[in-house]
Design a protein around this ligand. Structure first.
Ligand code: HEC
Ligand code: HEC
Ligand code: HEC
Length: 438
């Protein structure tokens, strides 16, 4: 289950952080000097950049940062309205169009820098669901370009009360000052002198605009990333973002840099197909990465030390449950996923050699089984294939058994999925129950 669900006695916790915040008020984490490079006089509503090159570069920064995935919903481009479940309650993304009443039209460039890189918005401290902790690494140049791009966005009227869905005391933004003093690393990106330009570029994208760790690093109960488990896989509630280190069993150890680049730019490396939030990241962001940037990201990921997750021992294939599951697989799954788990290249994920599906945390697989999933729609792959939902067709035991079968066949080995895990997720996802024939 999501690590943030462990939160109990929230009131006490927030009181403690608020106290820490007050005590360490002047501490470095709240220092906004980095925004001094930006203009503090002209409002976005009164500014229209005419620098075509800067606008183009800024649009690319927006793609790297995936701003539209969170800030674009039915009300229009960048008009906000995306509900996010956070450890502190439901938060809604802001309208960041230049509309002065309901968007960020009253912000100056400096205010914008303060929001995106420091987490200080128009109404006070922002919650870290807006990934300013990663965007802190954005360079001044990228920020200036992004500002130029923001000035070209169509203003949209859409009034949003971001933290209306947060219960007391979590709706007190000041508590986030305490959070920042505890967890916010208020320092810009540092080039690593011993690494080459490609590795530095890759690290910049992953840690800065790409905010990959926001999903792929596990979080502590207060919602901060756990540095010692950097990119080793994180549960984000309804999905699990797998280990991106070179671990050969559950990570990217056996993928080439080109495989990973293909995955980012098309949604598939030929074996895995991005689902859920990663499908969204591919659609809104990574498919726009230049080939050079995608390869830089992968070169950087490949340079990370492998996590220590050991190989699992394959479950025995000769039990009655496995044999029944093998038959159910042939009937229900093999038409798409292949008799030998080979999938359909670029459309339906293979199970054989798909290490992203072998983690101890089977949330993605259970989720796909119960609610179905849709592959990303990208320039290169226009047919976003769908995975049908099986909630109405299989009970918790049957889902667990069939997943144990695919995770332990064709050379795969993974820990057992338990029926009660499936049951818990069935309730959490609001999936239906197996239909009983009278
Ligand atoms: C993972 C989702 C997510 C992504 C990605 C994201 N944002 Fe946000 N953003 C939010 C949420 C949620 C809020 C509201 C936070 C709050 O009110 O505490 C927000 C708030 C903001 C604000 C403050 C608005 C105000 O009125 O004070 C600005 C500015 C902003 N985002 C700009 C951006 C830009 C630019 C990018 C891309 C570089 C971006 N955001 C990417 C979720 C996101
Ligand atoms: C009609 C074709 C089709 C059938 C039948 C089908 N699947 Fe899928 N499945 C897909 C597609 C397409 C995806 C990729 C969806 C995505 O990327 O969002 C997928 C994704 C998945 C995933 C998630 C992989 C991930 O990336 O997290 C699992 C697990 C899965 N299928 C298991 C099964 C099992 C088990 C069965 C049989 C009970 C089955 N599927 C039947 C097409 C199918
Ligand atoms: C919003 C959350 C989120 C963000 C941000 C995100 N990812 Fe993911 N990522 C996921 C999830 C969830 C999956 C699993 C998808 C699946 O099962 O099909 C995934 C899967 C992947 C995979 C496939 C892993 C495998 O073993 O098959 C790669 C590679 C990857 N992500 C790279 C990245 C990179 C690089 C970034 C930053 C540029 C990034 N992700 C940002 C959630 C995210």
């Amino acid at each position: 289950m999501a690590n943030w669900k462990k939160i109990g006695g929230g009131v006490a916790i927030v009181a403690v952080i608020a106290a820490a915040g007050a005590g360490l008020w002047a501490w470095n984490s709240l220092n906004t000097a980095a925004s001094d490079v930006a203009d503090g006089t002209t409002r976005l509503a009164d500014f229209k950049s005419t620098d075509v090159e800067a606008i183009k570069r800024g649009e690319y920064v927006m793609r790297l940062g995936d701003c539209s995935a969170c800030h674009t919903r039915e009300s229009g481009s960048f008009a906000g309205g995306y509900d996010m479940k956070t450890p502190f309650g439901t938060l809604v993304s802001s309208n960041i169009t230049p509309d002065p009443e309901t968007g960020i039209g009253n912000m100056t460039e400096r205010d914008f820098f303060n929001s995106v890189r420091q987490g200080i918005g128009q109404h006070g401290f922002l919650y870290p669901a807006m990934p300013y902790t990663a965007y802190r690494k954005l360079t001044d140049q990228d920020m200036h370009d992004l500002w130029a791009y923001m000035s070209t966005i169509e203003p949209v009227k859409n009034d949003i009360d971001e933290n209306a869905g947060m219960p007391f005391p979590f709706n007190i933004r000041l508590a986030m000052a305490g959070w920042n003093t505890l967890f916010f690393d208020n320092s810009g990106f540092e080039q690593d002198a011993v690494k080459d330009a490609v590795l530095n570029r890759g690290k910049y994208i992953v840690d800065g605009p790409g905010h990959c760790a926001a999903c792929h690093t596990p979080r502590n109960p207060l919602g901060a990333e756990i540095g010692s488990s950097y990119l080793q896989g994180g549960n984000i509630g309804k999905w699990f973002a797998p280990d991106l280190t070179a671990n050969p069993h559950v990570g990217l150890g056996t993928s080439t840099a080109q495989d990973i680049a293909n995955y980012l730019r098309t949604g598939s490396d030929g074996t895995a197909v991005a689902a859920g939030p990663m499908a969204e990241a591919v659609e809104h962001s990574t498919q726009y990465f230049t080939e050079a940037d995608a390869l830089a990201v992968d070169t950087y990921l490949k340079s990370l030390p492998a996590s220590s997750t050991p190989a699992a021992v394959a479950m025995p294939s000769d039990t009655p449950a496995m044999q029944k599951a093998a038959l159910a697989y042939e009937v229900n799954c093999s038409a798409c996923h292949g008799l030998e788990g080979e999938g359909i290249e670029g459309m339906v994920p293979a199970f054989k050699s798909n290490h992203g599906l072998l983690a101890g945390d089977a949330t993605n697989l259970i989720h796909a089984m119960l609610r179905g999933a849709r592959a990303p729609h990208t320039h290169d792959r226009q047919t976003a294939a769908g995975m049908p939902a099986f909630d109405w067709k299989m009970n918790d035991r049957q889902v667990a058994d069939i997943l144990n079968y695919v995770r332990n066949s064709w050379g795969n080995a993974a820990p057992a999925v338990e029926a009660d895990e499936v049951g818990r997720l069935r309730a959490y996802l609001g999936a239906g129950n197996k239909m009983e024939t009278p």
